[in-house]
Design a protein around this ligand. Structure first.
Ligand code: ADP
Ligand code: MG
Length: 316
């Protein structure tokens, strides 16, 4: 559904290119998302998550590299085709609950609005809006305006709006950012429902450990690159199901970093062989600057470089 390869986005600030400051929001990001997947994207503030989502939403264009969604190349998409892509292929939900809905329209009218732009016949619009509000568990809110709804209800209406034109991909940028824990759970359930009931591929950007714990794959972005992945499998799968990656046993004693059964941390290996190790791992062993590599028959060992004096400031 989504293939990003060496994706780069550079922002130039300042009025003239000459005296402008360059910000590399994405620095060669690789990401693949399968159709039907529900994926969490995590990473510190400023790591490039929203920039990536804006590109996938067709609202921004990459500076270099490729981004394809459902076979559409977003680097070359222009004019009318871009508009159709934004209306039909993707749906988006923002963190600011208020930004997702028009305040003077009822929930039902908000959901029907994008269908109007896409040319869906009036009768079909009403049916589909009711169906989606029902699916989101807020049928009773159909005739209320956003001001009459709680934050959680507003976000569920927003998900129904995003789903109005049956998008292949749903992009949610910190959809639970303004909500309390119980309400966050509701929103996550609603996104999960969209994924399982409608088959929509869902990409959630979140700081919320609760959400990240419930999805089968979490991808971490750091400095504009995908740096690590956590896959969660049922306990019974154990290490054997993980393709001989050693299982959790080899990571024992790391104080919770990968202690959960059936959970395995992965790093992204890019096409030229670069690998970013999780900070918790490098800090726990004091790895810095240079590490010693040993190629074994079925794995690679990464050792501290004992010949070097250990630096005072481990990490960055
Ligand atoms: P995140 O969503 O992970 O917090 P963003 O994608 O919003 O991160 O931002 C990544 C980096 O790009 C940040 O350093 C941010 O300041 C910068 N950035 C984002 N949008 C713009 C823009 N329109 N102009 C200049 N810099 C930007
Ligand atoms: Mg952001």
């Amino acid at each position: 559904m989504v293939v990003c390869e060496s994706l780069v986005r550079i922002f130039r600030t300042g009025t003239r290119a000459r005296d402008g400051v360059e910000v590399q929001a994405l620095q060669g990001l690789d990401l693949t998302v399968r159709e039907g997947e529900l994926l969490a994207l995590v990473g510190a503030s400023g790591s490039g998550k929203s920039t990536l989502l804006a590109i996938l939403a067709g609202l921004d264009t990459p500076s270099a590299g490729t981004a394809r969604v459902a076979g559409t190349d977003l680097g070359t998409l222009k004019g009318r085709a871009r508009t159709v892509y934004r209306r039909r292929t993707v749906g988006t939900i923002q963190q600011q609950t208020a930004a997702n809905l028009l305040p003077y329209l009822t929930a039902r009218e908000n959901v029907q609005l994008p269908m109007g732009y896409a040319g869906v016949p009036r009768r079909r619009r009403a049916e589909r809006a009711s169906g989606l509000l029902g699916l989101m568990g807020i049928a009773e809110a159909a005739d209320r305006t956003p001001a009459m709804l709680s934050g959680g209800e507003q976000q569920r209406v927003a998900i129904a709006v995003a789903l109005a034109n049956e998008p292949r991909l749903l992009l949610a940028d910190e959809p639970t950012g303004e909500l309390d824990t119980a309400t966050s759970e509701e929103i996550f359930d609603a996104l999960h429902t969209a994924n399982t009931e409608l088959g929509t591929t869902v990409l959630i950007v979140t700081h919320d450990a609760l959400v990240a714990d419930q999805v089968s794959r979490t991808v971490r972005i750091r400095d504009g690159r995908t740096s690590a992945e956590v896959l969660r499998r049922p306990r019974v799968a154990g290490a054997g199901g993980l393709g001989g990656l050693g299982g959790a046993g080899g990571l024992g004693g790391l104080g919770g970093v990968d202690a959960v059964d059936g959970e395995q941390e992965y790093a992204v290996l890019d096409r030229v062989g670069r690998l970013q190790l999780p900070r918790e791992f490098t800090e726990s062993l004091g790895l810095a600057d240079r590490v010693r590599l040993v190629l074994e028959a079925d794995h690679i060992e990464v050792w501290p470089d004992r010949d070097q004096p250990r630096p005072d400031g481990v990490g960055e």
